[in-house]
Structures are given as structure tokens and as C-alpha cells.
Design a protein around this ligand. Structure first.
Ligand code: SF4
Length: 356
């Protein structure tokens, strides 16, 4: 990529840290360790369901035990974990526990980065490093952006680097930050800038401050991308801009593909978007099963789930009589347990001419 160009999602970078590279591949588990946070950023995107609640989630799975975290990491074949919140360091022992757990289970190569809005003292940074943390991303409050060098965040950034961790600053793209960018460069860190987005919980505050939607099809804030590009172009070697389209289009799609590849059944087809496509038979499944068995279709090519059978979508029409005795549909859904159904296409019975 030429340094003066954004990629097809609007993101812009020349060099990515390991945390970002794994994120780009959809290979990072997102471990949300608490919804508690002492700050009150006007742009905070946390949902009502998570904000202020001391719950833990691994991706979208509610965590009730360590086994839930491990199972979710295995399911997506995670190569690393991003620890987030709320404020993870309000639950320091819990955060340290998960870092140790993931490193013990998946080995030192499992890359772990942490987001924090706190500038921890050296003793805590050392404990995080000793537990196995690879990278730390500081999120200073807006009031500190233009005096970053005088804040405890600058010291924590330098100290983290001194302890051998990769370290940087991550902020939403709101306005130019020349002083902070210069201080980050001086400390040998990186600066990540994310496109500002409307969410259900921040939209009133954003509107009150005069922010507007960029268009009708995204949640992105008008002008945020232009600001992000300018920050990167002025500090090209160690900054990167991450667009909301990138997060939706690339991170989510790649994460779904990883999950799909590792949970796929012999009869599922994986789409380019990472969803799975298969055939579903409902209604008279006794007769449908008899037809499948009588057609010598290998047993691995269909599965019975109580009141329905799932099979390859193309078998529905190629197996004579199936759609005449039962309701057949082609289903596309997310590759998760009971994943969201994206589309369901009922098939017309070739025998009766009826459509479902
Ligand atoms: S630090 Fe993060 S979690 Fe806390 S209020 Fe700000 S954006 Fe929300």
C-alpha cells in the first residue's frame, strides 16, 4: 500500500503491531472483564446491557467459569486475546488471572493486549508484564490529550516499553492531536486512532456536541475519518487509523470465518462472509428420514435435531420426494450455537407446486 492511501475500508497504516495483525485476521478473542468504569467519556460506546455491570464476556458469550473462556478461545482457534471493558484494571486480580490462564493454556505465543483508561503505577505494570501481558494500550481522557507529556500516562507508556511490553495510545478520532502524537513518538510507542461511531448509548451526547452521522448506512461520525487520515499522514511511521467499516467488514467477517472453518459440519457450505449455508427439513421428518436413508446418502451428510433435520442445501432438491413430504428451506446463519439466521429461503415442492 502506498503510504498516502487508505485501504478499501478507509483504514490507514503502514505498519501494524502484532495485536492489530491478529485482530485483522479475526484471530483475537475479545475478553470483556468488567463493565465497571470510573470514567464517563461522552463517546463511550458500551451498551446498556454491559455498562456498569460487573459481568465477563468472551466475545458474545457470557462467562461464568474459566472453562467458558477457554471454550470460546478454542472455538475460534484464537491466536491471541484483547482484554477490554469497562476498565479492566478496576478488576486487577481478575485481569491477571485471565492473562495467566490464557498463557498457561495456549502458550506464550498467544498474544495478549490490554486496553486501559488508567495510568497504572510501575508496580502494577510489572505485575501485568510478569503475568504475561504482551501489549498495553492507554486511553487517556480528552482533557489530557494536549498535555500528554505532563501526565502519568506518558510515564506509564515509557515504563511499559522499558519493561519490554509493546505499548501505545488508542483514542477515538475526534480532533488533531499533534502534541500527544509527538510525545508517543518520543516514548517509542504507537498511536491508534479509531473512527468515532454513534451507538445507542452515546448518540444523545454526540448529537448535543454537534456530531452528525456520515451517511444513512453506517454509524460513523461525519468528519472522523478525515481527521484520522490527517493524524496518520502527519505521523506515518507509528500511527494507524481503524475505520468502523474495517471493524464490521474485516474483523467480524474474518472472525466468523475462523469459527466456521473449525465448527463446520460435513454438509455446511461456508460463504465469503463467514456465514454457513445448509438445508433444513421440518414437519414430517419421519418420512424425510426414510427418504434420506433409502437414497443411500452417507449418514454424515445429515443430522437430526429433534423436530428438524439439517443437511446439505443441494441435497434438498437432488433427493427425490424430500420437499414433497416435508417443509424444506435453505438457511444461511452465523456459525455460532443458535447463530443469528441471516436468510431462510423456503423451497417449492416440485411435486405439488405449492410454495411454503
Ligand atoms: S474509559 Fe472506556 S469504558 Fe470507561 S467511560 Fe471511557 S470509553 Fe467508556
Amino acid at each position: 500500500m502506498k503510504i498516502s492511501e487508505a485501504d478499501e475500508t478507509g483504514s490507514m497504516y503502514t505498519k501494524l503491531c502484532r495485536g492489530c495483525r491478529l485482530c485483522m485476521k479475526g484471530a483475537k478473542l475479545v475478553l470483556f472483564v468488567t463493565g465497571a468504569c470510573a470514567r464517563d467519556c461522552f463517546y463511550c460506546p458500551l451498551s446498556e446491557a454491559r455498562k456498569g455491570r460487573d459481568d465477563v464476556y468472551a466475545n458474545e458469550r457470557r462467562v461464568l467459569s474459566d472453562e467458558d473462556v477457554i471454550a470460546e478461545a478454542k472455538r475460534m482457534r484464537a491466536l491471541g486475546t484483547g482484554i477490554t471493558g469497562g476498565e479492566p484494571l478496576l478488576k486487577l486480580e481478575r485481569t491477571l488471572h485471565y492473562i495467566r490462564l490464557l498463557k498457561a493454556k495456549f502458550g506464550d505465543r498467544h498474544h495478549i493486549h490490554l486496553y486501559t483508561g488508567i495510568a497504572p503505577p510501575d508496580s502494577i505494570l510489572k505485575r501485568l508484564r510478569d503475568a504475561g501481558l504482551d501489549e498495553i494500550r492507554f486511553h487517556p481522557p480528552v482533557e489530557d490529550w494536549d498535555r500528554f507529556r505532563e501526565t502519568s500516562f506518558f510515564h506509564a507508556l515509557k515504563r511499559s516499553k522499558g519493561l519490554g511490553m509493546d505499548a501505545g495510545v488508542e483514542i477515538p478520532s475526534i480532533r488533531p492531536v499533534p502534541q500527544m502524537a509527538e510525545a508517543v513518538r518520543e516514548a517509542g510507542g504507537f498511536l491508534n486512532v479509531n473512527e468515532l461511531e454513534f451507538s445507542d448509548t452515546n448518540s444523545a451526547a454526540l448529537k448535543k456536541k454537534g456530531y452528525r452521522l456520515r451517511d444513512d448506512i453506517s454509524n460513523a461520525v461525519l468528519g472522523s475519518e478525515k481527521t484520522g487520515h490527517e493524524i496518520v499522514l502527519n505521523n506515518i511511521a507509528y500511527t494507524r487509523y481503524c475505520s468502523s467499516r474495517f471493524k464490521d467488514a474485516v474483523q467480524l467477517r474474518e472472525r466468523l470465518k475462523r469459527i466456521a472453518r473449525h465448527t463446520v459440519r460435513p454438509f455446511d457450505e461456508i460463504s465469503a462472509d463467514g456465514t454457513i449455508i445448509y438445508g433444513e427439513i421440518e414437519g414430517n421428518i419421519t418420512d424425510a428420514l426414510r427418504i434420506l436413508k433409502g437414497s443411500n446418502i452417507p449418514r454424515r451428510m445429515y443430522r437430526s435435531y429433534g423436530g428438524r433435520i439439517e443437511t446439505a442445501w443441494w441435497l434438498l432438491e437432488e433427493t427425490g420426494g424430500l420437499c414433497a413430504v416435508a417443509r424444506c428451506s435453505i438457511v444461511e446463519r452465523y456459525p455460532l450455537d443458535n447463530g443469528l439466521v441471516v436468510e431462510r429461503i423456503p423451497l417449492r415442492s416440485s411435486g405439488s407446486g405449492d410454495s411454503e
